[in-house]
Ligand binder design. Structure first.
Ligand SMILES: Nc1ncnc2c1ncn2[C@@H]1O[C@H](COP(=O)(O)OP(=O)(O)OP(=O)(O)O)[C@@H](O)[C@H]1O
Length: 323
């Protein structure tokens, strides 16, 4: 099976600055692939190149089997692109927005009608088709954007921060739609995100830092690379606990405001030993398996929260130009 996206040494310079520094990426067909990285990592620039909006300064990229530089039209016919900023026309109805898009694609009317019906059904907006978009909630507008991105049955759907600005319930609903899409249409979904729970939904993740790919894998594989659970223990005397853990268990622990923190490979197995041998009354103990935030911190030196303060914005990157 050919990969949905394949890049080799993909580069983008803006003058002397290297935004993307030789990216070798394979995105298998039919996966939901998440692209994570701190501000300025090069995520938006990468999507811009893959969608033929920005011209690479080196290397190659194929999307749906076509080269982004030599066959941009073939690539464009096979991709859908959903920007972070809403681009639907609020003065038009949902169906009118889609009809307008179908005309831009030059779709024959009968084909367009069937595509619009199918796309609205997929995002569950059929019963709102003839209402003006200005009456829609943020989540409904997002779903309409997704429907519009799907109209020409793309093989690869690109989304820049798909659920930014949406409430948690709507996020869950959008994700249900994306998974359904993949199941029903075998589409490949490539997205950028700063949300941990969003990253958890992805089949595979790639972490990008300073224009370079730091690591790729399934969320479970990436968490396994951290290899240790976080144990937070509260006793009456944190400093004594830190000392005992060092002297008796050979472990490095730190006293934090919420208790003593330490990392061990088998947290659940360690807790009974700790309670039996620490020699102090244990008031509470919590074991947390590695999170994607730990993974992110491990590979980039920043937490996702720190880098989420200024989320990725493909629209801005594209507006900045560079083709
Ligand atoms: N048109 C441009 N001209 C000059 N530099 C640019 C241009 N577009 C992007 N850059 C720079 O390239 C680097 C990568 O930017 P890019 O927007 O791709 O990163 P990002 O990972 O999407 O970050 P963010 O999350 O902040 O949007 C940054 O240092 C940015 O300042």
């Amino acid at each position: 099976m050919t990969a949905a996206i394949q890049t080799s040494g993909l580069r983008k310079h803006y003058g002397a600055a290297e935004a993307v520094a030789g990216l070798d990426l394979t995105v298998p067909t039919g996966t939901v692939f998440g692209f994570l990285g701190p501000n300025g990592a090069g995520k938006s620039t990468t999507i811009g190149m893959l969608c033929t909006l920005l011209r690479p300064t080196g290397g190659t990229a194929e999307v749906a089997g076509h080269d982004v530089v030599r066959e941009p039209d073939a690539v464009r016919r096979r991709i859908g692109l959903i920007f972070q900023e809403s681009t639907v026309d609020v003065d038009l109805t949902a169906a009118e927005n889609l009809r307008f898009q179908a005309e831009l694609f030059g779709m024959p009317r009968r084909v367009a009608r069937a595509a619009i019906t199918g796309a609205l059904a997929l995002v569950e907006l059929t019963d709102r088709a003839d209402e003006e978009v200005r009456t829609f909630s943020g989540g409904m507008r997002r779903r309409l954007e997704i429907a519009r991105g799907l109209l020409h049955t793309p093989r690869v759907l690109f989304l820049d921060e798909p659920t930014t600005g949406l409430d948690p319930q709507t996020r869950v609903a959008i994700w249900a739609h994306l998974h359904r899409l993949r199941a029903e249409r075998d589409i490949t979904v490539f997205l950028t995100t700063h949300h941990l729970e969003e990253a958890e939904h992805c089949d595979r993740l790639a972490i990008l830092d300073s224009g370079r790919l730091v690591v790729t894998g399934t969320p479970a594989e990436l968490k396994a690379t951290i290899g240790a659970d976080l144990v937070v223990v509260r006793t009456g005397d944190d400093h004594e606990t830190v000392r005992i853990l060092r002297d008796r268990f050979g472990l490095t622990a730190t006293a934090e405001p919420d208790g003593v923190h330490l990392r061990v490979t088998d947290g659940a197995g360690f807790v009974p030993r700790l309670c039996a041998e620490v020699g102090l009354p244990v008031r509470s103990v919590a074991v947390t398996p590695p999170t994607l935030d730990d993974v992110f911190l491990h590979y980039t030196g920043r937490t996702i929260r720190e880098s989420a303060e200024n989320p990725a914005d493909l629209t801005a990157a594209v507006r900045r130009g560079g083709r």
